[in-house]
Design a protein around this ligand. Structure first.
Ligand code: PXL
Length: 267
């Protein structure tokens, strides 16, 4: 007899190249034993070489999709990716208040390549409305720096940023170290239960796309299965490192995460 998988919801942008956004999240959720449900927030015109343009869906259209879905399906976990605007972030905060499952909030404001996929004042909306409602916030170093208005270049900076983001109301924070400098590159900092810990992984050489999306979707899926945040984060990171080591090119630009790479420790 097969067990019913937990529903895992992603609220994110569309990346037609399949490397990031909704498309990446659905593959990752499936691979981690979840049933993926997906609400698009914006459409990018994008291939593996970068984001060429973005069109935001209206907050009313995003809200209608969410309310209709949540009136029927019962997710056990969720993640947010690109939201695109302050208005969408504030609307989502209201919807989050009507739910009781954990939300992983992945701030997505700047793609690695191409034009920004969010309007300027979106950072403030995260600070005011989303940080305090997230079970876990997963900024990279650059996003953490925007949140705390201080540079984040070293593990020491990342530890301080995590504490300051917690002081802004976040329950748990994972500052991802993929963009840290020198020997600190690839060291993530997790603040959970008031404790700060470091997670190191061997840096995988190459130019990749969609690493943050895959990581947050994997963590949300593991949490939907009932895993505690530190275990979910460590195992999701181990899977991502392996999935990056086995990435392959699908176009002329960055390689997407190999989303279908097997998960060693099943949630
Ligand atoms: O990797 C961040 C990201 C998330 N979501 C969408 C994107 C990107 C980066 O390009 O396009 C839709």
């Amino acid at each position: 007899m097969s067990e019913t998988p937990p529903v895992v919801l992603t609220v994110a942008g569309s990346d037609p190249s399949g490397g990031a956004g909704l498309q990446a999240d659905l593959k990752t959720i499936h691979q981690h034993g979840g049933y993926g449900a997906a609400v698009p927030t914006l459409i990018t015109i994008q291939n593996t070489e970068g984001v060429n343009d973005v069109e935001l869906l209206s907050p009313a259209l995003i809200r209608a999709q969410l309310e209709n879905l949540l009136g029927d399906l019962r997710p056990r976990g969720a993640k947010t990716g690109a939201l695109g605007s302050r208005a969408a972030a504030e609307m989502l905060a209201e919807v989050m208040d009507q739910t009781s499952f954990p939300w992983v909030v992945d701030p997505v404001w700047l793609p690695t390549r191409g034009r920004p996929i969010a309007k300027g004042d979106v950072v403030e909306a995260y600070r005011e409305a989303l940080i305090g409602r997230a079970a876990l916030l997963t900024p990279n170093a650059q996003e953490a720096a925007l949140l705390v208005e201080e540079p984040v270049r070293t593990v020491q900076d990342a530890r301080r940023a995590a504490q300051r983001i917690a002081a802004l109301g976040a329950r748990s924070v994972l500052v991802k170290g993929g963009h840290l400098e020198g020997k600190d590159r690839g060291v993530d900092v997790l603040l959970h239960g008031g404790q700060v810990s470091e997670l190191a992984a061997a840096a995988v050489p190459g130019s990749f796309h969609g690493t943050g999306c895959a990581l947050s979707a994997a963590i949300a899926s593991r949490m939907a299965h009932g895993e505690e945040i530190p275990t979910a984060v460590a195992r999701a990171k181990a899977w991502l490192t392996a999935a990056l080591s086995h990435a392959f090119a699908v176009g002329q630009g960055a390689k997407p995460v190999n989303h279908l790479w097997p998960v060693q420790s099943k949630p």
